[in-house]
Ligand binder design. Structure first.
Ligand code: ADP
Ligand code: MG
Length: 320
């Protein structure tokens, strides 16, 4: 199977007519037509074998995850997906890998009306680089630099299960529980697109990002960009049943520094509290107020009595 046959067989699918894709796979460029007056939101994420996923990872789940982590960035901006491109380096044109990979990829793409519009295919160590294109109303994007002191800090869903799945896979001695209960949280994350768009349309919602490297480390990006600090109420953090059997220190590590969560962390004016809850209900995702933004820089994690907790772990940094 040559490069062009591979593309034709697995990736060249006609984009739905009448949507934003005027021209999809097959020409020198794709042509996209955003809604007039909207801004383009663009994001790229790369997944490298051995670094972001295990060698031999199930290809269908990989197809899902490669797109999910990119869609999660659009969600965090409050953008609506228009389409995506796929740059693929493959060690071999392996039919048994390509078919399930494309199945996982397109299942999620179809679910979010985000067609594949182009890409590049080359031989090399397995690497997946996707670029997603979305649109957002001017002034409504949920930027990291938009938080204000006094904002409430909110979290969608719950954190930590993907980290526990990783620990169970690696056989880390502290990890307890069944991999089957948590593995989808690591392998098949759910991009919170409906929630992100609802939040962007909600008056008083300010900054947001998606959690990929751990709650505290990612929170720091909002704090740096906005020039603020934050307090987190440890007792307010939602705890998945699978995390309840862990000792408290490791549970906190999972909740606050786990990584691979792909939940939204966002800030909103306290006057928007009810509207944020309504946005969560409308999107079918639990949203929890977990703390607040402060003018004093840095973050603190407080126990139920308001005392500082000592936190060991920090977010993940590929070059740390
Ligand atoms: P070019 O030589 O202009 O880079 P290619 O021969 O690489 O074009 O690709 C031919 C067409 O197939 C282009 O429209 C390109 O966007 C698309 N394409 C290539 N690889 C992929 C892929 N992995 N997924 C989707 N479309 C792809
Ligand atoms: Mg090319």
């Amino acid at each position: 199977m040559g490069e062009f046959e591979l593309i034709a067989r697995h990736f060249a699918r006609a984009a739905p007519a009448g949507g934003p894709v005027v021209l999809g796979v097959g020409d020198d460029c794709a042509l996209l037509q955003p809604t007039p007056g909207h801004q383009l939101a663009v994001s790229t994420d790369m997944l490298v074998e051995g670094r972001h996923f295990f060698a031999g990872a199930e290809p269908e789940a990989l197809g899902h995850k490669a797109l999910a982590v990119n869609l999660s960035d659009l969600a965090a901006m409050g953008a609506r997906p228009l389409g995506f491109t796929l740059a693929l380096a493959l060690p071999a044109a392996d039919e048994a890998w390509l078919a399930p990979f494309a199945r996982g990829l397109f299942a999620l793409a179809d679910a979010h009306h985000c067609p594949l519009v182009g890409g590049d295919t080359t031989r090399g160590p397995l690497t997946l680089s996707l670029t997603v294109f979305g649109e957002v109303r001017p002034g409504r994007a949920l930027r990291r630099d938009a938080a204000r002191a006094g904002d409430e800090l909110w979290l969608s869903g719950r954190t930590g299960e993907a980290r526990l799945a990783l620990a169970l896979r690696r056989g880390e001695p502290w990890a307890r529980g069944e991999l089957a209960v948590v593995q989808d949280r690591m392998d098949r994350p759910t991009p919170r697109l409906a929630l992100g768009q609802a939040l962007a349309a909600t008056e008083g919602v300010r900054a947001a990002l998606d959690l990929s490297d751990g709650l505290l480390g990612d929170l720091d990006h909002i704090l740096q960009a906005s020039g603020l600090g934050a307090e987190i109420d440890a007792a307010a953090l939602p705890v998945a049943p699978a995390l309840r059997d862990l000792d408290e220190a490791h549970r906190l590590d999972c909740l606050l520094a786990g990584g691979d969560d792909y939940e939204l962390l966002f800030t909103a004016d306290p006057s928007a509290h009810a509207a944020v809850l309504a946005a969560g209900a409308g999107a079918g995702v639990a949203v929890t107020r977990i703390g607040r933004l402060r003018a004093a820089p840095g973050w603190r994690v407080l126990d139920a009595l308001g005392r500082d907790l000592t936190i060991r772990a920090r977010g993940f940094d590929h070059f740390a």
